[in-house]
Design a protein around this ligand. Structure first.
Ligand SMILES: Nc1ncnc2c1ncn2[C@@H]1O[C@H](COP(=O)(O)OP(=O)(O)O)[C@@H](O)[C@H]1O
Ligand SMILES: *[C@@H]1O[C@H](CO)[C@@H](O)[C@H](O)[C@H]1NC(C)=O
Ligand SMILES: *[C@@H]1O[C@H](CO)[C@@H](O)[C@H](O)[C@H]1NC(C)=O
Ligand SMILES: *[C@@H]1O[C@H](CO)[C@@H](O)[C@H](O)[C@H]1NC(C)=O
Ligand SMILES: *[C@@H]1O[C@H](CO)[C@@H](O)[C@H](O)[C@H]1NC(C)=O
Ligand SMILES: *[C@@H]1O[C@H](CO)[C@@H](O)[C@H](O)[C@H]1NC(C)=O
Ligand SMILES: *[C@@H]1O[C@H](CO)[C@@H](O)[C@H](O)[C@H]1NC(C)=O
Ligand SMILES: *[C@@H]1O[C@H](CO)[C@@H](O)[C@H](O)[C@H]1NC(C)=O
Ligand SMILES: [Mg+2]
Length: 681
């Protein structure tokens, strides 16, 4: 029994030793790993003392099959692996950096073929304990912007980047770059190689395929060459990235060499299969035949054995499970709903994946604003580089969605210079994403309320209201069918680069009421802009839009919200009442916004105030049509000479009261003025 144990131990040691002797020829100025064979696999900093001479940090491991796995399928993690002994790069502390050369075989297997973790970097660093980069940062687990480094600790790196990050000046998401002490590449190129006759071939880094890379530095000419090729391909003579840069100021006398990698919100396995390094000479070539197998995603395939007959079908099953898992995962992350009826709208359907990358994952910092329906994110379409605004609407009910989507798409076909163009939509789980042109100057409300930083002069204001009026006229009368906007308000008027007013969010209020009789939908819209007849009957008509437009006119001239609430007294003041007060005292112009400036035509300001007042008449029949409104605004016709009481009889007072009593049901909610009824809560 004891003898048996002894022989096992003996054979174990012998095989270990022979492995070591085979896999590395040891010397301080060169080493070679044809696979990272280690009897048991290990991790942790303790591996400083391991026979493999590789030290690991973060989630890096060496698998029993001899793979140096920098990251596995865990998100937001980093992995570092360094040769645990310093390499002498300079003969004296102030000397020049010697030539060095390295080659390695690696593979990146990503969760998704279009998105992946951040990539892999070959690193020369002053210490093998790099600060583990912030897990949420996109810095290859290498440079942590949050940890200030002292000028002396320079890092030289060659990165194989699989994520596109504009802040690091990468060309695209498949690049090779030479970085010196920062993620700004000194020189970079798209991944690929040149063949002998000067033809360029692309390589996809995160394909899961094995590939080989070479990094060579010449201490005399200071040339740095980075070359790569598919596995089993000879080293191309023409380097992929080449630059001249003296590394003497960057490298210390003794430095550590290794790899760094990180995963982001999408995981990738970053694996090194073989590595050879040498100073003062060309790295010894790897024995490609002896490198471990890596098929992506398995991490620890069983070692080859007699039971291969058993393991092959097992592998197939695993593969199937893996694929199903992958599809499932993908579905969860980028899952969209597509129903039969949607095929007719295919043209307008956008891919969630595209929107996800356009907005860089719907980050909070990209939120343009949020309203009753959800948040609006800024994004840049990956291919066209077009700036977009993506509105995420959560809708609880599927009923009526078809009608809604078809309406949205119909609306998308409309084109008018004063409408915010709708580019398309996407549906996913309980969400609807609407994609609009991005309006660089934001929404009108920002220029009117709460002591705005930038105010608009009269000329700009009149241009904006004329624009909105003509858009609304187009919706009501000029298009093939009558479209009721349902939610006219200042935050739905967006300003383009030239400060033209553009009406957005048409038809959206409809979503609140869907499922019920379209004629008598729920009250939907925004407090303060709701016509009394709308509140009474729940019906929307073109006249209810005119009412809201009237309130908008008053808002633009007065720079006040439709309903102002006084903090101390909790008293609510309707803008209409406020204007009425000035008008009945005979000084209607005093209602105007003090920020209006001095350049304006008094009669025009007066006319717009009166027109706004008329539009928000209690009686829907008494309101003008948008056609009339346009005529008055463009001063083709003169506004009839009203007295304030003509437009506001006893009926009107009744209406106000009703409005106020409905409002008072909701007082106490400070956001009341801005929030949307029924949908917003
Ligand atoms: N196309 C767009 N371009 C720029 N900003 C936009 C765009 N659409 C919406 N926004 C901004 O997002 C905010 C929220 O929009 P939304 O959800 O429609 O709520 P609301 O209109 O009730 O304020 C708007 O106030 C506006 O500032
Ligand atoms: C690790 O380093 C030690 C000391 O330099 C050396 O004796 C040993 O052979 C090295 N092992 C490998 C695998 O390089
Ligand atoms: C990844 O590696 C880390 C560290 O070894 C381990 O804790 C984790 O469970 C691994 N994750 C997966 C999905 O294999
Ligand atoms: C190296 O440089 C430092 C400062 O530049 C100097 O003080 C030192 O004497 C130099 N050493 C040698 C050996 O030249
Ligand atoms: C990581 O970054 C986030 C956001 O930039 C920050 O809040 C957090 O404190 C950072 N964590 C570390 C460990 O630096
Ligand atoms: C950086 O310098 C500061 C003081 O100059 C020192 O306290 C700190 O330890 C240094 N950090 C590193 C990583 O060397
Ligand atoms: C380089 O690629 C081109 C295009 O495939 C091919 O025609 C040419 O023969 C290749 N040259 C060599 C030396 O392989
Ligand atoms: C870099 O590539 C150029 C062009 O092939 C070659 O002349 C030079 O010797 C290479 N330098 C190194 C350090 O490999
Ligand atoms: Mg809006």
């Amino acid at each position: 029994m004891f003898v048996k144990l002894l022989t096992i131990v003996f054979f174990f040691l012998v095989s270990l030793l022979s492995q070591l002797l085979k896999s590395s020829s040891q010397s301080l100025d060169n080493f070679i790993y044809n696979g990272f064979s280690s009897p048991n696999g290990f991790r942790s900093l303790d591996s400083v003392h391991s026979p493999l001479n590789i030290t690991l940090q973060g989630i890096a491991t060496v698998t029993p099959t001899g793979l140096l796995m920098l990251t596995n399928s865990t998100r937001h993690e980093t992995g570092h692996a360094f040769y645990n002994q310093p390499i002498r790069f300079k003969d004296s502390p102030n000397g020049t950096a010697s030539s060095f050369s390295t080659t390695f075989v690696f593979s990146i297997h990503a969760e998704l073929d279009t998105l992946s973790g951040h990539g892999i970097a070959f690193v020369v660093a002053p210490n093998f304990v790099l600060p583990v980069a912030n897990s949420s940062s996109e810095h290859l687990g290498l440079f942590n912007p949050n940890i200030a480094r002292n000028g002396t600790t320079d890092i030289f790196a060659v990165k194989f980047n699989t994520i596109h990050s504009t802040e690091h000046s990468d060309i695209n998401d498949n690049t090779i770059g030479i970085d010196i002490n920062g993620l700004y590449s000194v020189k970079s190129s798209q991944a690929g190689y040149w063949n002998e006759t000067g033809q360029f071939f692309d390589i996809t880094l995160n394909s899961g395929d094995r590939m080989q890379a070479w990094v060579d530095y010449d201490g005399v000419t200071h040339q740095i060459n980075v070359t790569m090729a598919p596995f089993n391909h000879d080293k191309p003579t023409k380097p992929l990235v080449s630059t001249v840069r003296d590394l003497s100021p960057v490298l210390l006398q003794d430095m550590f060499v290794g790899f760094s990698s990180s995963t982001g919100s999408v995981w990738s396995e970053h694996v090194v299969l073989g590595w050879s390094f040498r100073v003062k000479g060309k790295a010894y070539p790897l024995d490609l035949q002896r490198l471990p197998e890596y098929s992506g995603g398995f991490g620890n395939p069983p070692p080859p054995s007699l039971f291969i007959v058993v393991s092959v079908p097992l592998m197939v099953i695993f593969l199937l499970i893996f694929l199903v898992g992958l599809i499932f995962r993908r579905d969860r992350k980028f899952g969209e709903e597509l129903e039969d009826w949607e095929t007719e709208f295919k043209k307008n359907r956008l891919k969630f994946k595209d929107l996800y990358s356009a907005t860089e994952g719907f980050k909070d910092k990209d939120v343009l604003g949020s309203g009753g329906f959800g948040s609006v994110y800024k994004g840049i379409m990956p291919k066209t580089k077009k700036e977009i605004a993506v509105k995420r609407v959560s809708n609880q009910s599927k009923q009526g969605l078809k009608e809604f989507v078809s309406e949205i798409v119909t609306i998308g076909r409309m084109s008018h210079r004063n409408l915010v163009p709708l580019l398309g939509y996407c549906r996913r789980e309980k969400e609807l994403l609407l994609v609009y042109d991005y309006m660089p100057n934001g929404s009108l409300d920002k220029y009117l309320h709460s002591s705005p930083e930038v105010t608009l002069d009269w000329k700009q204001r009149i241009t904006i209201v004329k624009g909105v009026a003509s858009a609304l006229f187009y919706l009501h009368e000029d298009w093939e069918q009558v479209v009721i906007h349902r939610d006219i308000k200042s935050s739905n008027v967006l300003l383009d680069a030239e400060y033209n007013g553009r009406l957005g969010d048409f038809g959206l209020a409809r979503l609140c009421g869907h499922g019920t009789d379209p004629q008598t939908s729920h009250v939907a819209g925004t407090w303060g802009y709701l016509a009394p007849d709308h509140m009474r009957t729940g019906k929307t008509t073109t006249a209810t839009d005119v009412f809201s437009f009237g309130v908008l006119l008053l808002e633009v001239v007065c720079g006040r919200r439709p309903i102002e609430i006084h903090n101390e007294s909790c008293e609510t003041v309707l803008l209409v009442d406020w204007v009425f007060g000035f008008w009945s005292e005979g000084n209607i112009l005093d209602a105007k916004d003090p920020n209006l400036g001095t350049e304006f035509d008094q009669r025009e300001v007066e006319m717009v105030l009166k027109l706004g007042f008329w539009c928000s008449h209690f009686n829907p029949e008494a309101r003008p049509t948008m056609r009339q409104v346009l005529h008055y605004l463009s001063r083709d016709s003169m506004l009839p000479d009203f007295s304030p009481l003509d437009l506001r009889g006893s009926e009107m007072m009744l209406g106000t009261h009703q409005g106020l009593s409905m409002i008072s049901m909701f007082t106490g909610e400070s956001s009341m003025v801005d929030s949307v009824l029924s949908c917003g809560r």
